[in-house]
Design a protein around this ligand. Structure first.
Ligand code: SF4
Length: 439
């Protein structure tokens, strides 16, 4: 195996869950939890996958370790595709690739001593010499900052941070090459988090491990990772060396995540970027760029130059109309309850309805551009008449964005730094690596 061959190389990995209906379990859709990710980890390297809850990162971890069967793609470990492994080969692979879980409390059997828990993988892998097992357990406990004599104690006698150290000791007992850690410190106090991350780094230095760390916390990723992949709705939208990602983020989602990291200095503040709504369902991901329903930097149609926040609010309204997801009655009722002079929704005139709708979507009372304003008022009149379908057609004809029309291609910005966003495509110095495909 060449020194350059990554320890782990994930290619176009997909994990879809079928949505079925009826007794025949006919497939009527798919939850695309992981939808074509590429990740690699070299020996001695720590790579992070970061994203909000619901973006698919934990499913990526369990699928990489074949705890769940991949729908498609390859997981090459030392050059061999583990998705094709037999049971016996998988057992060997799982010894070399260990997982650390988020919740240290649920990782241990309360009836087993810590020594028995840490020694269990050794026993399962054929080490029958009890004295040798105990010796190894003692050494490992000391390596993670505990004492060899702690082996005789039980899980309830330890704090969360200590249990996560013990979890590390257990993972290391079988001398793995790769650690996959899913939110390893998010259940711990902030003061303990740094200790655990530092132990992980020390162990990596000592054992030359590859580490894949999954976290929603970019602060944790910055602390420990050499490279980071930013994941959104089942896909990696930006990937690169950690320093480069933090100093030169290219994707609006990465910029939003970075802006949400707390600043330790009380005299400084960072402008936190607010994202519209929640992560959409992976059963029905948005067309075009998957982030377009929330992106604060969504590209405006040719010929328009709205204030960007106004454009975002306008798009929030437009997408709700497209999805037929506006509660028209509640807008009428809002007028009746909050404005004097109306006893019944039947009495609410278009002007009052329009004012209420604009307030709800934070759209200004009037748009500066005459054509845009006319299109908007035409659409509101149709919403007022409960004709959301026609309102959607009117809005589509005027306000289409490339972010919704086309999936952005993956662009190489610097060596080892790639991202997928139409804004980068507008920079002609960037190199387009692969055409966008979506199946
Ligand atoms: S392609 Fe458009 S919506 Fe997607 S991240 Fe870039 S600017 Fe935002």
């Amino acid at each position: 195996m060449s020194a350059e061959t990554p320890l782990l190389e994930v290619r176009n990995l997909k994990k879809h869950y079928p949505i079925t209906k009826g007794i025949l379990k006919r497939e009527i859709g798919r939850v695309r939890a992981v939808d074509g990710i590429d990740v690699s980890v070299r020996r001695g390297e720590t790579v992070g996958i970061v994203g909000e809850s619901g973006c698919g990162k934990s499913t990526a971890a369990t699928t990489i370790l074949q705890l769940e069967k991949a729908t498609d793609g390859q997981v090459l470990f030392d050059g061999e595709d583990v998705t094709t492994f037999s049971k016996r080969e998988l057992k060997r692979f799982r010894r070399r690739a260990q997982m650390i879980f988020q919740d240290p409390d649920s990782s241990f059997d309360p009836r087993m001593s810590i020594g028995e828990s840490v020694a269990e993988p050794l026993y399962v892998n054929g080490m029958n010499d009890r004295a040798r097992r105990r010796e190894i357990v003692g050494t490992l406990l000391e390596k993670v900052g505990l004492q060899a004599s702690d082996a005789d104690r039980y899980p309830h006698e330890f704090s969360g941070g200590q249990k996560q150290r013990i979890g590390l000791a257990r993972a290391l007992s079988v001398n793995p090459d790769l650690l996959v850690a899913d939110e390893p410190v998010s259940a711990l106090d902030v003061s303990i988090q740094a200790e655990i991350l530092s132990i992980m780094q020390d162990l990596q230095d000592e054992f030359g491990l590859g580490i894949l760390i999954i976290s929603h916390n970019l602060g944790v990723i910055r602390e420990i990772c050499d490279r980071v992949g930013v994941m959104y709705l089942g896909q990696i939208v930006e990937e690169g060396p950690t320093d480069e990602i933090f100093t030169n983020p290219q994707h609006p989602y990465t910029r939003a995540l970075i802006s949400s990291i707390p600043v330790p200095d009380p005299h400084r503040s960072r402008d936190e970027v607010t994202l519209s709504g929640d992560v959409p369902s992976p059963a029905n991901p948005p067309v075009g760029c998957r982030f377009h329903t929330r992106c604060p930097e969504i590209i405006q149609p040719d010929g328009y130059s709205f204030e960007q926040a106004t454009w975002r609010h306008l798009m929030d309204y437009i997408y709700r109309v497209h999805d037929q997801n506006i509660d028209v009655e509640s807008i009428f009722e809002g007028v009746v309850t909050e404005q004097e002079g109306y006893d019944d929704i039947e009495e609410v005139p278009l002007e009052a309805f329009e004012t209420r709708l604009r307030e709800e979507f934070e759209i200004p009372p009037s748009l500066a551009d005459g054509t845009a304003e006319q299109t908007l008022t035409d659409s509101i009149e149709l919403v007022f008449a409960h004709d959301l379908e026609e309102a959607s057609a009117v809005l589509s004809a005027e306000f289409e964005t490339v972010c919704r029309q086309e999936k952005p291609a993956e662009i190489h910005i610097e060596e080892n730094h790639r991202a997928s966003c139409h804004l980068i495509e507008q920079d002609t110095t960037a190199v387009v690596e692969s055409p966008a495909t979506d199946d």
